[in-house]
Design a protein around this ligand. Structure first.
Ligand code: ATP
Ligand code: MG
Length: 272
C-alpha cells in the first residue's frame, strides 16, 4: 500500500483523539448485605490535552470514577479505554504497567512518603521504570522540582513543607514519569482558597505547556470554572457535560518548556 501523503497525515493528527473513553460502565460496592451502585451506565470521552473537571456532591461517584480511569479498580461491567488501550481482561501486572507509563496521580491528602525528602518522593515512581537510568532520574527530579518552584526545598521532608508545597511535590512526582494523563482527586480540598487556586493555576500551566491531559474531581464551583471540560455527576450518573473552550491538542511533547512557579511562591503560604 502506498504511504499516506503528509497532508493526509496532518489531517488525521488534527482530529482530537479520546485519551479516556468509557462505554456503559457500572460499578457496585458490597458492604455486608448492602449493595451500593456507585456508577450506573457511565459513558464518557475525554480528549487528549483536556483540562477536565468531574464535579458532583459528596457520594456521587467522583473518586470511584477516577479510580476506574486510573486502573486502580475495575468495573463491574462496561469498557474503559486509556490512550487507546482496552483495559478489560488484563492481569493486575499489566494494569500496573499501563498505569505506571500512562497515568500520574495527585491526591487530596498529598500521599507523600513522610520519611523521604521531596526529591526522593519525586524519584520514587521512576524506580518502577527500568528504562530510566540513574542519570536520567536525577535530571527529571531536578527538572520537575524546578517546574513546580521547589528546587530550594529538594531536601525537605513533607513535614518540613507547607500544604501547598506538599501538593507541588505531589505534582512533580506525578509529572516525573511523563504521563499522558494526570488524575487528581480533589487536589485542592485540603488547601485554603488562595493556595488551592495557585495549585490549579500550576496544573493549568502544565496542561497548556506539556499538553498533559488533566482529569480532576472537585466540589468547588471556583475550581470548576478553571476547567475546559466539565462533567457533572450525581448519584452515579452523568447529568451534564460542557466544554468551555476549543483548540486542544492530542500530542504531549515533554520538551524543555519552563512552566514557572518560584521557590518563593506567594500562593502556598509557605513558611518552610
Ligand atoms: N470501598 C467502598 N465500599 C463501599 N461503598 C463505597 C466504597 N467506596 C465508595 N463507596 C460508596 O460509593 C458511592 C460513591 O462514592 P465515591 O467515594 O466515589 O463518592 P465521591 O463523589 O468521591 O464523594 P466525596 O465527594 O465525598 O469524596 C458512595 O455511596 C459511597 O458510600
Ligand atoms: Mg471522593
Amino acid at each position: 500500500m502506498d504511504a499516506l501523503a503528509p497532508e493526509v497525515l496532518r489531517c488525521f493528527r488534527a482530529i482530537p483523539m479520546s485519551i479516556v473513553r468509557l462505554e456503559h460502565v457500572f460499578k457496585d460496592y458490597t458492604l455486608g448485605e448492602q449493595k451500593v451502585q456507585a456508577l450506573k451506565d457511565i459513558s464518557l470521552n475525554i480528549e487528549g490535552g483536556a483540562f477536565a473537571a468531574i464535579a458532583g456532591p459528596s457520594g456521587s461517584g467522583k473518586s470511584t470514577l477516577l479510580n476506574l480511569i486510573g486502573c486502580i479498580d475495575t468495573p463491574l461491567a462496561g469498557k474503559i479505554f486509556i490512550d487507546g488501550h482496552d483495559t478489560g481482561g488484563r492481569t493486575p501486572d499489566e494494569l500496573a504497567d499501563l498505569r505506571a507509563r500512562t497515568i500520574g496521580f495527585i491526591f487530596q491528602t498529598f500521599n507523600l512518603f513522610p520519611v523521604l525528602s521531596a526529591e526522593e518522593n519525586v524519584e520514587y515512581p521512576l524506580l518502577q521504570l527500568k528504562e530510566v537510568g540513574a542519570a536520567e532520574r536525577r535530571d527529571r527530579v531536578s527538572k520537575y522540582l524546578a517546574i513546580v518552584g521547589l528546587s530550594r526545598f529538594a531536601r525537605h521532608r513533607p513535614n518540613q513543607l507547607s500544604g501547598g508545597q506538599r501538593q507541588r511535590v505531589a505534582i512533580a512526582r506525578a509529572l516525573a514519569t511523563q504521563p499522558k494523563i494526570i488524575l487528581a482527586d480533589e487536589p485542592t480540598a485540603n488547601l485554603d482558597h488562595k493556595t488551592g487556586e495557585g495549585i490549579l493555576q500550576l496544573m493549568k500551566q502544565i496542561n497548556s505547556n506539556f499538553k498533559t491531559t488533566f482529569v480532576f474531581s472537585t466540589h468547588d464551583a471556583r475550581v470548576m470554572e478553571m476547567a475546559d471540560w466539565l462533567v457533572r455527576i450525581e448519584d452515579g450518573q452523568i447529568t451534564g457535560e460542557s466544554a468551555r473552550e476549543q483548540g486542544r491538542l492530542d500530542d504531549h511533547p515533554y520538551n524543555s518548556v519552563q512552566v514557572g512557579g518560584s521557590d518563593r511562591s506567594e500562593t502556598d503560604g509557605a513558611q518552610a
